[in-house]
Design a protein around this ligand. Structure first.
Ligand code: GDP
Ligand code: IMO
Ligand code: MG
Length: 441
């Protein structure tokens, strides 16, 4: 990857989340001045591993591990102040600087305790096959209130205790009645206790809260380098993913402009992050899912358990049909391929190149559930490259069959794979330098 040529860049998930975006943002951050989260909230869990230190970031941009980079939580993010305070404390306790380098938009919406309660209650009320399998972090209900407007609270509101207190009291009373009537929930919410707690959190965050839009506009004008850190994955996008088994935001590249308040044309590069196989947490279609010993092996070797909820991730083969759709949706200019080490020990590795649907071949993905529920993946098979390949940083040192797997995925995607991850650690990264020629068949 040619870091100097990237310009303003977005890092995006090409699957259903957990592709390894945190690691890639961390690897790229030293070449940027700002790292900006533009969508989602604490449903995200981005892991960065540096030696024996492991950081799991939920709201704070993964750029925070480099002290001279500004980290921005933009208006499109929904912020749980209780968790944000906890995350900042955790980072500081680990010796990470969190001060004027973290800026939170005053227009970011606040995830309140009743949003988390609603997330649980609405999931519990659904039949098993209709459950979304959310992270229970209150994300959907908070975005719903944002669109509803009259019952929304923004970070800036919490800086005016007198006004905020009355509003919170009113919303809590309404929500309590709603929960009791619709779900028979008898736990009464206490508006004053919630106000006290959340106003105290906001007070602690006061120095970080600002209008982030002019800050980003000034940065663009001064030709600072901006890195936009995507959360979730393109297939979880509320408009373009496998609805309703999605999250509640535009987590794809389309969300950068609206979520961060920057012009769409400010993006020069889009780095798509994808695993060498697929995973998904929660409900919803997953055409290449494995329900056998191989799926178990991938889960075990890849430590495929949710960073946010600890749930086991569903595992399956790489789905080139779905990934190509994400590449097209995001205007991806280069790809980072993750977890190549996890696959190596398997005797053979499969890649889905097309779907068969009612006797016809489909080469284009559709997020339509009625189609996805019926498709049958068409696979090609590749040889594995043996157990425990030694840690390498030079592409030419990778086993031949690993390289031919990478190059095949690259041809299927039609976009160069310029970064290959062969372990969780920051340094377990193979850079393919500019100048190599991608063979397109
Ligand atoms: P994110 O949400 O996209 O940032 O991804 P997560 O952090 O939720 O999940 C990715 C997991 O894979 C984390 O535990 C990472 O430490 C780990 N990881 C990332 N890249 C690699 C890799 O190349 N090999 C292995 N074995 N683990 C990796
Ligand atoms: P990162 O940024 C994986 C999934 C949930 C559920 C659906 C809706 O770490 O890649 P929500 O709580 O958002 O209403 O849940 O979306 N989901 C994720 N899956 N990685 C994530 O984030 C996710 N964020 C949400 O599991 O299926
Ligand atoms: Mg994650």
């Amino acid at each position: 990857m040619d870091f100097t040529a990237l310009g303003n860049t977005c890092v995006l998930g090409m699957q259903w989340g957990d592709e390894g975006k945190g690691k890639i943002v961390d690897v790229l951050t030293e070449h940027f001045d700002f790292v900006v989260r533009y969508a989602g909230g604490s449903n995200a869990g981005h892991t960065v591993r540096i030696g024996d230190r492991k950081f799991a970031l939920h709201l704070v941009p993964s750029g925070i591990l480099r002290p001279d980079v500004y980290c921005v939580i933009a208006p499109g993010v929904v912020v749980d102040p209780a968790l944000l305070v906890q995350e900042i404390d955790g980072l500081r306790a680990a010796g990470i600087r969190v001060g004027s380098n973290l800026i939170v938009s005053d227009r970011a919406h606040v995830v309140m305790p009743y949003h988390k309660r609603q997330d649980q209650l609405s999931e519990q009320a659904l039949a098993e096959e209709r459950k979304i399998g959310t992270t229970a972090r209150g994300i959907g209900p908070c975005y719903a209130d944002k669109m509803l407007r009259s019952t929304a609270i923004r970070m800036g509101d919490l800086l005016h205790p007198d006004r905020a207190r009355g509003k919170i009291r009113e919303i809590v009373a309404l929500r309590s009645r709603y929960f009791a009537a619709v779900y028979g929930d008898s736990d009464r919410l206490d508006g004053d206790a919630i106000s006290d707690e959340y106003l105290a959190h906001a007070d602690r965050l006061r120095d970080h809260i600002a209008d982030t839009t002019p800050i980003l506009h000034d940065a663009l004008r001064a030709r600072k380098r901006l890195l936009f850190e995507g959360a979730q994955g393109s297939l979880l996008d509320v408009d373009h993913g496998t609805y309703p088994f999605v999250t509640s935001s535009n987590c794809g590249a389309g969300g950068v402009a609206s979520g961060a308040g920057v012009p769409p044309r400010c993006l020069n590069s889009v780095v798509g992050v994808m695993k060498a196989y697929c995973t998904r947490v929660g409900g919803g279609p997953f055409p290449t899912e494995l329900h056998d010993e191989t799926g178990e092996t991938i889960r075990r070797r890849g430590h495929e358990y949710g960073t946010t909820t600890g749930r086991p991730r569903r595992c399956g083969w790489f789905d080139a049909v779905a990934a190509r759709y994400c590449v097209a949706l995001g205007g991806v200019t280069e790809l980072a391929l993750m977890h190549l080490d996890t696959l190596g020990a398997l005797p053979e590795i499969r890649v889905c190149t097309a779907y068969r649907h009612r006797g016809r071949m489909l080469e284009h993905f559709t997020p339509d559930l009625s189609v996805l529920d019926e498709v049958e993946p068409v696979y090609e098979t590749h040889p594995g490259w043996g157990p425990e390949s030694p840690p390498v940083t030079d592409y030419e040192q990778l086993p031949v069959s690993a390289r031919s797997y990478v190059e095949r995925l690259e041809r299927l995607m039609g976009v160069p794979i310029t970064l290959i991850s062969v372990g969780a650690d920051r340094v377990a990264t193979v850079h393919r330098m500019a100048g190599f020629r991608m063979e397109v068949n």
